[in-house]
Design a protein around this ligand. Structure first.
Ligand code: IPM
Ligand code: MG
Length: 363
């Protein structure tokens, strides 16, 4: 085996809100275990974002966090959100603004969300095993455009409000190219999801994707309306390989698709652009279970695998992390969200119990 090159990387860890810090702690521990095993050097810094940052500084994305983010090679993030804001939609300063701003500031325009079921979790999903088995989807969700960042307006008297859904061709082009490149490395099939039968911005999206597709004749490109895609994902998830879609559609479809992977607690994501990458679970802050020590840390740990693979090109290390997850599940360890009474040898563990098993298999 060729001797692996040792790397030295700066990693910013932002735990965020709710279960974020609990699960991210294990993501970091896994990075430390990888560094030790393979002789790499990871230098960690911590930063605040979201409700935690508002409480401490009044700003959901403090300057200190942003400047550390710019100087780091990768960011590991937990989750954002607090019930206080959901109950009061009138609050002007909101935790989510921190996440949206860091995505924009770092130019993280492509959000990769791989949906892959570990065999041991077949029974944990509410979808029939025979429909799920073998499903393997990679979402490319656009992340810095759309109705998320379009102009927001509100009537003085509160009688109406609007969010502008807008796409520029360059925004569609750059993520489409990334998605086609990825499809080339996979099963060479790409489905672009839009609402071109109704929305002007979707017609621009579709025309742009069609134009880019001409540069990738080896990739089969299809187009699907988002309402149909939502249905097809559950009816027959195996028909999809790469799904390319806009910010809002991707937000909704990936939560839905998490059921294909058994639980939201299993899904990792990588947000990338032209600089520092940002790695986070797709699940939220889950305030109802925060602090109870029962949250599943696997999405954070799998986000670390994406960081190693995409951010640092450490393929072997990334595979070792995924293998440790696989072995832990095979050994029967389950957090409550993926518990399945039918697994004969299953052992219930909390956040720390699950994290410790991963470290054990890794080392
Ligand atoms: C996600 C989340 C965020 C989003 C929220 C927290 C702003 O749901 O990353 O999917 O809508 O993008
Ligand atoms: Mg979401």
């Amino acid at each position: 085996m060729a001797k692996q090159e040792k790397v030295r990387k700066r990693i910013l860890v932002i735990g965020g809100d709710g279960i974020g810090p609990e699960v991210t702690r294990w993501g970091r521990r896994v990075l430390e275990a990888v560094a030790e095993k393979y002789g790499h050097e990871f230098i960690f810094e911590e930063g605040l974002m979201g409700h935690a940052a508002i409480e401490a500084t009044g700003d959901p994305l403090p300057e200190d966090t942003l400047s550390k983010a710019r100087q780091s090679d990768a960011i590991l993030f937990g989750a954002i959100g607090h019930p206080k804001y959901d109950q009061d939609p009138g609050l002007k300063v909101r935790p989510e603004q921190g996440l949206l701003r860091i995505r924009k500031e770092l130019g993280l325009y492509a959000n990769l969300r791989p949906i892959k079921l570990f065999d041991e979790l077949l029974a944990a999903s509410s979808i029939k095993p025979e429909v799920l088995q073998g499903a393997d989807i990679l979402f490319f969700r656009e992340l810095t455009g759309d109705v998320y960042f379009g102009e927001k307006k509100k009537a003085e008297d509160g009688s109406w409000a609007s969010d502008l859904m807008i796409y520029h061709t360059y925004e569609v082009e750059r993520i489409a190219r990334r998605a086609f490149e990825a499809a080339r490395q996979r099963r060479k099939t790409l489905c672009s999801v839009d609402k071109a039968n109704v929305l002007e911005s979707s017609r621009l999206w579709r025309a742009t994707v069609q134009r880019i597709a001409a540069d990738y004749p080896d990739v089969k490109c299809t187009h699907m309306f988002v309402d149909n895609a939502a249905m097809q994902l559950i009816r027959d998830p195996r028909q999809f390989d790469v799904i390319l879609t806009a910010n809002l559609f991707g937000d909704i479809l990936t939560d839905e698709a998490s059921q294909i992977a058994g639980s939201m607690g299993m899904l990792a994501s990588a947000s990338i652009g032209d600089g520092t990458g940002f790695y986070e679970p797709i699940h939220g802050s889950a305030p109802d279970i925060a602090g109870k020590g029962i949250a599943n840390p696997l999405a954070s740990i799998l986000s670390v695998a994406l960081m190693l693979q995409i951010g640092f090109q450490l393929q072997e290390e990334a595979e070792a992390v995924v293998r440790a997850v696989d072995q832990t599940l095979k050994a029967g360890y389950r957090t409550v969200d993926i518990a399945d009474k039918h697994t004969p040898n299953h052992m219930m563990v909390g956040t720390d119990g699950m994290g410790q098993q991963i470290i054990r298999f890794l080392s």
